[in-house]
Design a protein. Sequence first.
Length: 227
Amino acid sequence: MIAPRRQQLVWLRAEAWLRVQAQPPGADGWDKQALECLQYWARSDFPLVLTRQRPGRTAERAHESLALGLPAPACWERRRFLVEVPAGSVSRVGRFPSADAITEDLPARARDDWRGLCTALLRLQVAALVYGSYGWQQLTGLAYLHPHSDVDLLVVVDTSSQADAAAALLLGASFDVPRIDGEIVFGDGAAVPWREWATWRAGRVERVLVKRPHGAALEDPRSWAAA
């Protein structure tokens, strides 16, 4: 049993995949294309991702089931599937690829700068992971990217000073194709879009969008992000 944490990857047991395919939400079940994608995912032992969990759960029932997402690649029209499984369905957990793993997927003109950015983030002792299209293509080998795909980064930090330094590095990136998007994630799982964090630190806004396992809200980070 795991504590829900956004953007964490989970792999399902074989029997859980059978339940997902046989008992989907909705009266009409999965359509042919959806079922084909789910069956392929199960055969390939590809992960799903923890998404926003059902709100309103009591603490005693918070871990009974998990809401998971499957963003399909281009061959399944980039559809997004949501499933809910018992928490005991998970065989293992993991995380998205590290930022340096996608270097060869980037446009050639951006690769050297990307390597430099990855090295600089490593020096900050933060974990930089890639989700979104680049991350899923790296995980599965399937076609997710298109000419306008952003690089979505999860920058996992321990302190606000690390968040400040990481946001400064990202703001100073010397290329704009692909565009760098994503979130800074703190130790308790609170995630803030890194651009919003930089804007807040500059004093241009008083609150930022903070995403947590059961929802998102505008917050003043001073209440929890100690320097």
